[in-house]
Ligand binder design. Structure first.
Ligand code: BV8
Ligand code: ZN
Length: 238
């Protein structure tokens, strides 16, 4: 049976669906992915920027990168992939969206139940008093930004070497373990513990469907691989 038809059938019969998205789901909104040819990392290496050490060494440089990304993201709109996930959430009784993305486009598209494994670029946290607040200004008036207490503010995201928000993986694993179908979309599946959710879901008995323009690190274990842009394929699965 043709893969698309197989995926459609599994989704049509599913009463529980968990979805894991990565940067590829925002690619058609004009946001460069991390590891692609025009990727965000091309001029830098992750260890140069998305780490607490880089921030401690040069908060202004790290904030210039996040300021640039916030301006890029502010101009971006959700694409048909984001919107198709909202339709699936309405259609399927038990639905959890797990995202590695920090761009907030799933929220903008209207997704409800979102587990943001790596945080949110539109939130800030104070390195001094721990306050945590939303800030949607792009560009920021002053770099690096500071908290009302005078402390240095950092982006509300999870950097390499930092653990995910308390309880986040437990909730994501619960969703993956109770899903009849696990949809993994637009991720190279090289970042852990997020990528570990795919084998986790498979071993718990889910049918795993992947949507990606290229093979990923988990393509070898999925039950159905759909090759192509998420913005074109996802709407065909509804
Ligand atoms: C932790 C937030 C421990 C910031 C991000 C071995 C060596 C060294 C380190 C490690 C290791 N094993 C594990 C680690 C730790 C590390 C890690 O996994 N490193 C990797 C690189 C090896 N993990 C961590 O540090 C994590 N924390 O492990 O804590 C710990 C435990 C206890 C106590 C203390 C510590 C934290 C990881 C979080 C890092 N933060 N982002 C920010 O965004 O600025 S990660 C970053 O990568 C983004 O979140 C991004 O989402 C994520 C994954 O990338 P992808 O989303 O997959 O994007 P990518 O470009 O790679 O791929 C895009 C895909 O889309 C491609 O497959 C492409 O083909 C496809 N695509 C493109 N266009 C389309 C498309 N698909 C469909 N349609 C299209 N149109
Ligand atoms: Zn503060």
């Amino acid at each position: 049976m043709e893969n698309l038809e197989q995926a459609r059938q599994w989704l049509a019969g599913a009463t529980s669906l968990a979805v894991l998205t990565g940067a590829g789901v925002s690619a058609e909104s004009g946001i460069p992915t991390f590891r692609g040819a025009d990727g965000l990392w091309k001029d830098f290496k992750p260890e140069e920027l998305a780490t607490p050490e880089a921030f401690a060494r040069d908060p202004r440089l790290v904030w210039e990168w996040y300021n640039w990304r916030r301006e890029l993201i502010r101009k971006a709109q959700p694409n048909p992939a984001h919107r198709a996930l909202v339709k699936l959430e309405i259609k399927i009784a038990h639905f959890t969206l797990i995202t590695q993305n920090v761009d907030g486009l799933h929220d903008l598209a209207g997704s409800g139940k979102i587990l943001k494994l790596h945080g949110d670029i539109w939130r800030m946290r104070c390195t001094a008093c721990g306050a945590n607040w939303p800030d949607r200004r792009a560009p920021l008036p002053k770099l690096p930004p500071h908290c009302a207490c005078g402390g240095l503010a950092r982006p509300g995201v999870v950097w390499f070497g930092e653990s995910l928000p308390e309880g986040m993986m437990k909730e994501a694993e619960h969703a993956a373990a109770s899903a009849a179908v696990f949809l993994v979309i637009g991720t190279s599946a090289v970042v852990y513990p997020a990528a570990g959710l795919v084998p986790f879901a498979k071993h718990a008995g889910a049918k795993v469907i992947e949507i990606n323009t290229e093979p990923s690190a988990v393509s070898g274990i999925v039950d159905c691989a759909l090759h192509g842009p998420a913005g074109e394929i996802l709407p065909q699965l509804l």
